[in-house]
Design a binder for this molecule. Structure first.
Ligand code: LCS
Length: 392
């Protein structure tokens, strides 16, 4: 049979109603454990001689449906679901590294990923360096003999800088270093790092994959070999797994991923147009902006620009906060990728735990504001922004 299109896989991937009494919606296997027919079967399951479920930390049918669907969407051999994006990030990094190893990381990352890198450096002597990765030469300069992983966010949270994934994948292949890409800002609909030659994709599934702001979850995807190693070590023994009900919510959310991402992108394009010319705004960071320094990279590796826009307001932290406080429809909250448009102030919220000097290097100023454009009518969002900008 011919390969199905992306939109079809978001709805049908990993699930067949025939295998579940014709139930159109996937069943929620809300169970902690699975009974064995006899003691010998239990032994065979544990030894791996016989396939089958054992205990829900080691695997659960509803979670497994989600993992299969995501694997199809990222064109991966396998995927693993976690109880949060950070559970996925930490399971991957701890699986790839050991004491004495080194990680090369993009010049900016989500605040808690930054915190994790610092934690494993202090506790386990797994060091890291940040690199803007603007060119092959710049990336090569950051690599050391003990580099065990290249970790990239693109677009970077919250500066919206991009990294050329094809270039990074090539360097990783040449040096034999696995490349991990945090694809949260794009979702599998806008960007597929594995297709570009990278090795592992990670998502905070809390965001676009869920799409409805009602779940905390994470995903890792890649080769069977790497996923199986993670499943049997840092996933199983650290144990940050996803619950069956949350997997079900994600299976439901995924059905509308493609239509949602198109609408997020349409709305963001319209709002960005409005923001470019506004006299109270100094900068607009949006991959769909032809003036964006990474516009070429965006066109090369992203299907659409997505729903995130960061803006630099003219003024200081107080001006940024005053503007946010004047919004009536747009809500002040961290997280992103929901139906509701959300706004947050990275310097005091998502990246508050990053020391000032590091924030400066990442490009996060006190006047930077991040907007996660939702699915509302864009005219209402524009009016809200217009009103609040007019008040400051
Ligand atoms: N990676 C990225 C790029 C993220 O933006 C986040 C969360 C994570 C990983 C961690 O995922 P979680 O454990 O929260 O599911 N980003 C957030 C943000 O920008 N606002 O609130 C959370």
């Amino acid at each position: 049979m011919h390969k199905k299109h992306f939109e079809t896989m978001t709805i049908h991937g990993g699930y067949s109603s025939n295998e579940h009494k014709g139930s159109l919606a996937p069943p929620i296997f809300q169970t902690s454990t699975f009974t064995f027919e006899n003691a010998e079967q239990g032994e065979r399951r544990f030894s791996g001689e016989e396939d089958g479920f054992i205990y829900s930390r080691l695997g659960n049918p509803t979670v497994s449906m989600l993992e299969q669907r995501i694997a199809q969407l990222e064109q991966a051999e396998a995927a693993l679901a976690f109880g949060s994006g950070m559970a996925a990030v930490s399971a991957i990094l701890l699986s790839l590294t050991k004491t004495g190893d080194h990680i090369v990381c993009s010049q900016g990352v989500y605040g808690c990923t930054f915190g994790l890198l610092k934690l494993i450096q202090e506790k386990y002597k797994i060091t890291h360096d940040f690199s803007p990765m603007r060119s092959r030469e710049e990336l090569l300069r950051a690599i050391r003999p003990e580099t065990a992983c290249i970790y990239v966010e693109t677009p970077i949270n919250p500066t919206m800088q991009l990294v050329d994934l094809e270039m990074v994948a090539k360097v990783g292949k040449e040096k034999g270093i696995p490349v991990v890409v945090d694809n949260t800002f794009c979702s599998p609909y806008l960007q597929n790092p594995l297709v570009l030659g990278c090795d592992i994709v990670v998502h905070s599934a809390t965001k676009y994959i869920s799409g409805h702001g009602d779940v905390i979850a994470g995903i890792a995807a890649g080769s069977k070999e790497i996923m199986s190693k993670i499943a049997q070590t840092t996933q199983k023994d650290i144990g940050g797994v996803l619950s069956p009900f949350d997997a079900w919510l994600l299976l439901r959310g995924l059905k509308t991923l493609a239509v949602r991402m198109d609408r997020h992108s349409d709305n963001a394009e319209k709002l960005a147009e409005f923001l470019y010319d506004h006299k109270k705004i100094a900068q607009v960071y949006f991959p769909g902006n032809p003036e964006h320094s990474d516009y070429k990279i965006a066109n090369k590796q992203m299907r659409r620009p997505g729903g995130l826009i960061s803006i630099e307001i003219k003024g200081d932290k107080k001006a940024a906060q005053a503007f946010m406080n004047e919004l009536k429809l747009i809500q002040i909250a961290v997280s992103l990728g929901d139906a509701e448009t959300l706004i947050q102030h990275p310097a005091t919220m998502t990246h508050a735990s990053v020391p000032f000097e590091d924030r400066k290097k990442m490009g996060i100023s006190d006047s930077l504001i991040r907007l996660s454009v939702g699915l509302e009518a864009w005219e209402d969002l524009r009016n809200d922004l217009k009103y609040a900008l007019g008040k400051i």
